[in-house]
Design a protein around this ligand. Structure first.
Ligand code: ADP
Length: 265
């Protein structure tokens, strides 16, 4: 699904510095973009503008050819069903099983009676089979009946990705999906996200991890809400990263013990 931003600006409060300032962007369907930048740079705000959880003060946002501020409730809901969002700590129902959480990825295509039955009794039939397959794909089919609040952070994030595999969204926004998980789960999560993109989904991936950022087709760097860099991984030089993170060295990629220039030319 194509994503187009035209000179988009968003302030949370009048008089405050904009969280996103004059951003223009054109992302093709199937493209994989990483978004880097220190905490507070505007990454999450950018994602929220794309789901229309936030409305821009000025500028235009088009997703899948539709201008968001022209969509009525019904069309917006239909469009949101084609978007998948994954946060740093998943967004799962803690008291439900992994399987039920994954099956919820199919809710967009279910009637309200089926949705009610799913929440009361768990998935059955074809939905259950597909949810098992999705859990198997991320290596945790054996945990299908475990409650989500009994799982580790890495296992939860695998459940969240399995839910996306079930949903098959056309646009995925992943907000630091590997920030608080073990390295093995991080690998599984990334592989699954990238496979979804290979199957045609557009992937926007916010991360502080340069090695992950550099695996994508294009990198955007945000600084104080502005686009400080946009280009291919081979163009992202170490001094660009250093400049972008200069205001907040604590969240720079070197915080993980790697040198700042790690993976950069
Ligand atoms: P990032 O995801 O890169 O950490 P955010 O988009 O969360 O950045 O934040 C961008 C800016 O907007 C920051 O200055 C932050 O303090 C501010 N901000 C974010 N959410 C809110 C909010 N709900 N109310 C007021 N200011 C906010």
């Amino acid at each position: 699904m194509q994503v187009v931003l035209e000179d988009v600006t968003k302030r949370y409060r009048p008089g405050q510095a904009p969280a996103v300032a004059g951003i223009s962007l054109d992302v093709e369907a199937g493209e994989r973009l990483s978004v880097i930048g220190p905490s507070g740079a505007g990454k999450t705000t950018l994602f929220r503008l794309l789901t229309r959880s936030l409305v821009p003060d000025s500028g235009r946002v088009r997703v899948g050819g539709a201008e968001l501020d022209r969509l009525g409730h019904r069309d917006l809901r239909a469009l949101r069903r084609r978007m998948g969002v994954i946060h740093q700590r998943g967004d799962l129902v803690p008291m439900s099983s992994a399987l039920t959480n994954v099956a919820a990825g199919a809710l967009g295509g279910m009637g309200s009676r089926s949705a009610l039955r799913l929440s009361l009794r768990g998935p059955s039939g074809d939905t259950a089979r597909r949810a098992y397959e999705a859990l198997d794909e991320v290596g945790i089919a054996s945990l299908a009946h475990a409650r989500v609040d009994e799982l580790s952070g890495g296992q939860r994030q695998r459940v969240a990705v399995a839910r996306l595999l079930m949903q098959r969204p056309a646009l995925i926004m992943a907000d630091e999906p590997t920030a608080s998980v073990d390295p093995r789960s991080a690998g599984v999560v990334l592989d699954a996200l990238e496979r979804l993109a290979t199957a045609g989904a557009t992937l926007l991936l916010a991360t502080h991890d340069l090695s992950i950022a550099r695996r994508q087709h294009r990198i955007l760097a945000l600084q104080h809400g502005r686009l400080a860099f946009a280009g291919g991984p081979e163009e992202l030089a170490a001094d660009v990263v250093e400049r972008v993170y200069a205001a907040d060295p604590a969240s720079a990629p070197e915080a993980g013990g790697r040198p700042l220039s790690w993976g950069c030319r």
